[in-house]
Design a protein around this ligand. Structure first.
Ligand code: DQA
Length: 147
């Protein structure tokens, strides 16, 4: 029914090899498969994209948002400083949920600030890969209300 963009920012292609205490042990492919399977159960399609480049993420949002209904995004470190990504998310006009594997509120000071969260209807942090399923359910409810 709905098309959901699942977007990952810098360094998240390294999941599975990164600090597992913060980020868990799942690879990006594991997470994409998990979200895709759960979305299919709910009748939705997922389009996944990861880039280490801010501009590539913005290009993707500009090119794909017109054919999508919602966004789940883990912007990685761009969360903390990318006003360009904030603007791109706002411009999509789509409901967006921000996900962080780690608890960004219990780590270094700079991680407590999300400049992208104001573009999002919810932020989920610290629930590892389960956070993505929660995000999917939030979008599912929101999109059902819009029908
Ligand atoms: C992250 C948290 C960010 O602070 C960090 O830069 C990441 C991953 C998370 O999923 O916990 O790359 O977004």
């Amino acid at each position: 029914m709905a098309t959901i963009l699942l977007i990952h920012g810098p360094n998240l292609n390294r999941l599975g090899k990164r600090d597992s205490l913060n980020y868990g042990s799942k690879t990006l492919a594991d997470i994409e498969a998990l979200v895709t399977a759960e979305a299919e159960e709910l009748g939705h399609t997922v389009k996944s994209f990861q880039s280490n480049h801010e501009g590539a993420l913005i290009d993707y949002l500009q090119n794909e948002s017109g054919n999508a209904d919602g966004i789940i995004i883990n912007p990685g470190a761009l969360t903390h400083y990318s006003y360009a990504l904030l603007d791109a998310l706002i411009d999509t006009g789509l409901p967006c949920v921000e996900v962080h594997l780690s608890d960004i509120n219990s780590r270094e000071e700079f991680r407590k600030i999300s400049v992208t969260a104001p573009a999002c209807i919810a932020q989920i942090s610290g629930k590892k890969e389960a956070g993505y399923i929660e995000a999917l359910k939030i979008l599912h409810k929101k999109l059902a209300k819009n029908v």
